[in-house]
Structure formats: structure tokens, C-alpha cells
Design a protein around this ligand. Structure first.
Ligand code: CP
Length: 307
């Protein structure tokens, strides 16, 4: 049976280790001055990138990963596709896969779309979830874990705070599932309106609404973006108040100088992160982006391997 990556849920422990380990191989190549192409690995394979929702990092890094592994790429821009004429999501996917496609990388604003496609498309088509609504974003979690492992060697016993808009965040969900499995302790911190009720029990994490209290014993912070496009009502008074309570401001950064700072992006600069925590020492924000290419190369390699 072909492999799929629908979420961290359902990904076996040995597959996680294999992807993380291969991404270390690819990041070394990306960090060296050598040309980073392995054109034999996906030679003859065609991958379709179907992004129904906007993306900079995920889409670009998947395209680069696919190219560097030698795949033929079809990237469909949904704004100019026949979806705008009323074609359904499933029909669009069926049209694309009728063109002899081996894998689909899909991003969609609705949770569950990768699972829906898995149910309805031919089993020969491999599916990668590139972010579905508030569902999961497995490659983001893998790249976040890989970025931190690069710093520490292991996540065992590390305390990681995930802050901000937990309610609408697929990144939070995938990261919690993965980082806990790798031995980290997780605290989520944000306004009560942005953390669903019983989140601690459902996900086995600590909830601490006082941000600085949460950071006191933290080794790393993963700050999340305020997702205005998914908020149908006001979950906090205004950006300035959010920044004061939950932003990693330059002043707050001075209180926690050893903390590693991550953000999946895109960043609302000056809201979740000030310039100093985003660009200064201890920030892994741009390292995450590079690691994203390595992780997506590793995921594609794993997906097309037969062993
Ligand atoms: N982290 C992330 O998914 O970013 P993009 O929306 O730019 O892909």
C-alpha cells in the first residue's frame, strides 16, 4: 500500500524517526556549497501542488523539494482555476489526477480535506497534507521538531511553550502530538478566548494564561500567528493589547535571554514577535524555513520509497 501523510496522527514512530533523520542529511546538503539536487529519486514521478489557501513557505519549499528530487511538478493556482466557475473540490482533484499524477500536496481552509481526498481518490495517488483548516500541518511540526533537535540533540525533558491563537491553529495541534511523542513537555499560553475549553485534558498539555509565568521554566517558545482570516468575531480587544499580554516584545526578550524563539510564519511583526526576538540571537525563525525544505525532501523520499 502507498504511503500518505494526512497528519501526525497515524504516522508511525519509526517513520517519524526516519523522516527526521533523512532531513538531517538534506539540511547538511542545503548548508554546504554543493549543488542540492538528487534528480534520480523522483525521476518519472509527477507531483501536483493544490493550494486552495495562500502559502509562501509551504508551497515554495514543497516545489523546491520536488524539483531537487527530480519530480515533474504541476502547481495549480486556485484563484485562476475552474473552481471559480463552480467546479467542486473533488471534481477538481479527480480532473488533476486523471492526468497521471503520482502524489498530491494539498492545502485547504477546511479541516479534513486531505482525509476526504484519500477516501475518494484512487489508492495509487499519495496524499500529503500541507495544512487543513484548524486540523493538522504535519510537515510544519516535523520541521519544528527537526529545528529544535538540531539545537539540543533531543527533545527529551525539554519544556516548550506554544503561545497565542491555539484555537485556530493546525500548527499547535500537530506540534503538540509530535513534540510530546518526542519527549517534550508542552504548555499552551494565550487568552481564554483563544484556547478551547478542556484543551489540557484533550491534548495532555498544561494551560497557563499568564504568559511570563509560562515562560519561566521554558526552553523554547513557538509563537503562533493571530489568524484574523479564521476569526469570525473578536477574540481579543486589539493587536496592541494582545502584544502587551502575549507578544514576545523586545523588553520581554531581555527577561528570557536563553529561550529559543520559533514561529511557523507568516509573522504579524510587532504583534507576536518584535524585531529583536524575530531577527536577533536565539531566533530560529529563518532556520525553520530552511529546515522546511529538508523536511519536505525527506517526506517525499519516504513517501516514494518501497522499504
Ligand atoms: N507555516 C506556513 O504554513 O506558512 P505558509 O502559510 O507561508 O505556507
Amino acid at each position: 500500500m502507498h504511503r500518505n501523510l494526512l497528519g501526525i496522527r497515524g504516522l508511525a514512530r519509526e517513520d517519524i524517526q526516519r523522516i527526521l533523520s533523512r532531513s538531517s542529511h538534506y539540511i547538511k546538503q542545503l548548508d554546504s556549497s554543493d549543488a542540492v539536487t538528487f534528480p534520480e529519486l523522483l525521476k518519472g514521478r509527477t507531483v501536483a501542488n493544490l493550494f486552495f489557501e495562500n502559502s509562501t513557505r509551504t508551497r515554495s519549499s514543497f516545489e523546491l523539494a520536488e524539483r531537487r528530487l527530480g519530480a515533474t511538478i504541476l502547481s495549480l493556482s486556485m484563484q485562476t482555476s475552474s473552481l471559480t466557475k463552480g467546479e467542486t473540490l473533488l471534481d477538481t482533484a479527480k480532473v488533476i489526477t486523471s492526468m497521471k499524477i503520482d502524489a498530491i500536496v494539498v492545502r485547504h481552509q477546511s479541516s479534513g480535506v486531505p482525509i476526504l481526498l484519500r477516501k475518494h481518490l484512487d489508492a495509487n495517488i499519495r496524499i500529503i497534507n500541507a495544512g487543513d483548516g484548524a486540523g493538522e500541518h504535519p510537515t510544519q511540526a516535523l520541521l519544528d521538531a527537526a529545528t529544535l533537535i538540531e539545537q539540543w540533540g533531543s527533545l527529551e525533558g525539554k519544556h516548550i511553550v506554544i503561545s497565542g491563537d491555539i484555537r485556530h491553529s493546525r500548527v499547535a495541534r500537530s506540534n503538540i502530538l509530535l513534540l510530546k511523542q518526542l519527549g517534550a513537555k508542552i504548555t499552551v499560553s494565550g487568552p481564554t478566548t483563544l484556547i478551547p475549553e478542556n484543551f489540557d485534558k484533550v491534548f495532555g498539555v498544561n494551560v497557563e494564561h499568564n504568559f511570563e509565568q509560562a515562560l519561566r521554566s521554558a526552553d523554547a517558545l513557538i509563537a503562533l500567528r493571530i489568524q484574523r482570516e479564521r476569526q469570525d468575531k473578536a477574540f481579543y480587544p486589539n493587536a496592541e493589547e494582545f502584544r502587551n499580554l502575549y507578544g514576545m516584545t523586545a523588553v520581554r526578550r531581555e527577561k528570557f535571554p536563553k529561550l529559543l524563539v520559533l514561529h511557523p510564519g507568516p509573522v504579524n511583526r510587532g504583534v507576536e514577535l518584535d524585531d529583536v526576538p524575530m531577527d536577533g540571537e536565539g531566533s530560529l525563525v529563518f532556520r525553520q524555513v530552511r529546515r522546511g525544505v529538508a523536511i519536505r525532501m525527506a517526506v517525499l523520499e519516504w513517501m516514494f520509497s518501497t522499504d
